[in-house]
Write a protein that binds this ligand. Structure first.
Ligand SMILES: Nc1nc2c(ncn2[C@@H]2O[C@H](COP(=O)(O)OP(=O)(O)O)[C@@H](O)[C@H]2O)c(=O)[nH]1
Ligand SMILES: [Mg+2]
Length: 209
């Protein structure tokens, strides 16, 4: 089912992030992996062009999904040609968000189905693991492979990554994209909402309210 996805804002620093009042799902992957196309595939209307505007490609772009959660489109990694300094600032921004964002509920790692799991993907997986947060892997451009090749790639990436939740999709044909969205909603967003709120510390005995 297509979703109401609305661009909210772009930011780099935590003080500029929207209020942490909804669970957020980070969307990341190499540039050209198909992040924006994936966002568009699950959306009623094209929204991802926002994140392709010059200047916004290096920011965290926050999108509201219906009334229940957010997707945060992150800048693509793997800019081999970029200056080291720039790559470093990218890393710091991503890490600060993934490590520090209190309402982060999961990470969607988007990969071209023809690419191999690499050190970059492993780093992201480690970050999520260290926080005890879930992730899934979305292999895009499945329309470019035959059915048995898709199966082979799924097995290979699973062996390389040791991830459990791996999906093959076609953003252009919208094959498998809704399955991913259903999974995120059922496994990450709903449980987050039902998570018991932290119990406030009791007032010290004899204290007046
Ligand atoms: N054939 C095919 N092309 C795709 C798919 N997803 C993305 N693309 C193409 O890959 C290129 C990069 O996609 P984009 O969504 O901009 O990647 P991003 O940089 O990760 O946001 C574009 O030319 C897309 O049309 C897919 O599932 N199948
Ligand atoms: Mg993009």
């Amino acid at each position: 089912m297509a979703l109401e996805i609305e661009y909210l804002k772009s930011a780099v620093f935590a003080q500029d992030f929207p209020k942490a009042n909804r669970p957020e799902i980070a969307l990341t992957g190499r540039s050209n992996a198909g992040k924006s196309s994936f966002l568009n595939a699950i959306s009623k209307r094209p929204v991802a062009k926002v994140s392709q505007e010059p200047g916004k490609t290096r920011l965290l772009n926050f999108f509201d999904v219906g009334k229940s959660y957010r997707i945060v489109d992150m800048p693509g990694y793997g800019f081999a040609k970029r200056a080291t300094e720039e790559k470093e600032s990218w890393g710091k921004m991503i890490e600060a968000y993934l490590v520090g964002r209190e309402n982060l509920a999961g990470l969607i790692l988007v990969m071209d189905i023809k690419r191999e799991w690499s050190e970059d993907e492993e780093l992201l997986a480690d970050l999520m693991w260290s926080r005890g947060l879930p992730m899934c892997v979305v292999l895009t451009k499945a329309d470019q492979l035959k059915k048995n090749e898709i199966e082979n790639r799924l097995h290979k990436i699973q062996a390389q990554s040791t991830q459990d939740a791996i999906f093959a999709v076609s953003n252009v044909k919208k094959n498998g994209t809704d399955t991913v969205e259903d999974f995120i909603f059922k496994e990450w967003v709903k449980p987050y909402k039902n998570k018991p709120k932290a119990i406030p510390a009791p007032a010290p005995e004899g204290s007046e309210e």
